[in-house]
Design a protein around this ligand. Structure first.
Ligand code: HEM
Length: 415
């Protein structure tokens, strides 16, 4: 049996936080493998990247999610008791609840609500002179997803809810004040969500049939039990929070249009090319660095031994940038997706494998729909100037974003 190449440092947590998205890839390059072992948060951890590793990682007979997410991430990003940490029948049941919200018509409806919000903001943008796209899109997405999910939101609540949901996204890999803002955001949001669930259960609030709030509040597991209200709140936030996170991909799409202006025309002229552009934005730009699991029971793979209980991280960013999978991975080249067969183990910004059976992101179709709408709005509905600003994307900052949040000026409608 071969020995997994091992980092010498007694613990690499700080190195991970310093290197960010490149942590796993740099070490794989150093060892000349797609696998190495290190210690993170004082625990031995196997890190993997690449297509074969992704296929392995999404084999539910070999890996489980219980206990995989570090407590810091649960207290901020995901919450406790949600779908991300479930396995087997409990996961299938909960995941089916999420997937029931994702019909093509429902996905289009959310896209339309977002586009309507965008159109409604245009007069204010035209007047204000300067618009920070990330801030604006996040708040438009909060309104759109709350309307879509059957969640009432008063005008006065918008800023606080958006800030709390964003703080959760921003805090998962943070230490210090950013981490604490995330915890506070989660605490307040879970309280809000649990109250909404109670109101539905007591008939004080009646969200339309099929909306996320209604479905989650009324969901019963295989044994006919309702979700405890705190867990129902965690699952409601598992719809609201990541939808607002799509604002980051919208900003990256705007950055790509700015850096590759020829694509403004191409996405306008051709739907297929617009689709390729969105895929390349999801592949190229950084979002979640890794996904975590634990070895269910001992097994061997490619001559390496995986002991039961060992934590394993799959490098999502590194797989999206793997040179054997993606020729010239550091070039932004949407054409690479022309005729792409849709391999579930190579383009993994939102996880890999199967949406229904595995842990792949439940909101991938929503993400693509919202990004396509945004690209249309940015190229067909408005024109704008991009003034000098700091557009650098710091790969040691997780989650990443252009430093300025993408400021535009002189917004005007086309035609
Ligand atoms: C910015 C866009 C998004 C990104 C980058 C993203 C990324 C991810 C990633 C990396 C995972 C974990 C995969 C794994 O553990 O193997 C995940 C899971 C999940 N995502 Fe997303 N996501 C996004 C948008 C959404 C949206 C819009 C929704 C819902 C409306 C959503 C709902 C979920 C849920 C419920 C899970 C847990 C799935 C499971 O454990 O079975 N996500 N996402």
């Amino acid at each position: 049996m071969a020995t997994i190449p091992t980092d010498r440092a007694p613990d690499s947590t700080l190195a991970f936080l310093r290197a960010g998205y490149r942590f796993v890839g740099q070490r794989c390059d150093r060892y000349g493998t797609d696998i190495f072992q290190t210690r993170l948060l004082l625990e031995p951890t196997i890190c993997l990247r690449g297509r074969a590793a992704t296929e392995l990682f999404y084999d539910a007979d070999r890996f489980m999610r219980e206990g995989a997410m570090p407590a810091r991430g649960q207290r901020t990003l995901t919450g406790r008791g949600g779908v991300q940490g479930l396995d087997g029948d409990a996961h299938h049941d909960r995941k089916a609840m999420f997937m029931s919200l994702m019909s093509p018509a429902a996905v289009r409806r959310l896209g339309q609500l977002f586009a309507d919000e965008w159109q409604a903001r245009l007069p204010a943008w035209e007047l204000s002179g300067t618009v920070t796209l990330h801030t604006e899109v996040a708040s438009m997405l909060t309104r759109a997803v709350c309307a879509w999910a059957g969640v009432p939101l008063s005008g006065g609540e918008l800023d606080r809810r958006t800030a709390d949901l964003q703080a959760m996204i921003d805090s998962a890999a943070a230490i210090g004040p950013r981490h604490w803002r995330g915890r506070l955001g989660r605490y307040r949001s879970e309280y809000w969500g649990a109250d909404l669930v109670e109101q539905v259960r007591h008939g004080k609030l009646s969200p339309p049939e099929g909306t996320a709030l209604r479905v989650i509040a009324e969901h019963r597991d295989g044994e006919g039990r309702r979700l405890p209200r705190r867990i129902a709140a965690v699952e409601l936030l598992n719809v609201l929070r990541p939808t607002i996170a799509v604002a980051r991909f919208v900003v990256f799409a705007a950055l790509a249009l700015h850096d590759h202006p020829a694509w403004r025309q191409r996405v306008r002229d051709d739907d297929a090319e617009a689709g390729q552009f969105v895929q390349e934005v999801r592949r190229y730009y950084p979002f979640f660095p890794v996904a975590a699991a634990r070895v269910r029971r001992d097994f061997d793979w490619q001559g390496y031994h995986f002991p039961q209980g060992r934590r394993v991280l799959l490098d999502l960013y590194g797989t999206n940038h793997h040179p054997e999978v993606w020729p010239e991975p550091e070039r932004f080249r949407p054409e690479r997706f022309a005729g792409w067969p849709g391999d579930p183990f190579t383009l993994v910004p939102q996880g890999g494998g199967d949406h229904v059976a595995g842990h792949r992101c439940a909101g991938e179709w929503i993400t693509i729909e919202l990004m396509k709408r945004a690209v249309t709005l940015l190229t067909e509905v408005i024109r704008y100037d991009v003034p000098p600003q700091d557009l650098a994307v710091d790969l040691s900052r997780m989650p990443a974003l252009p430093a300025s949040g993408f400021v535009v000026t002189a917004v005007r409608r086309t035609g």
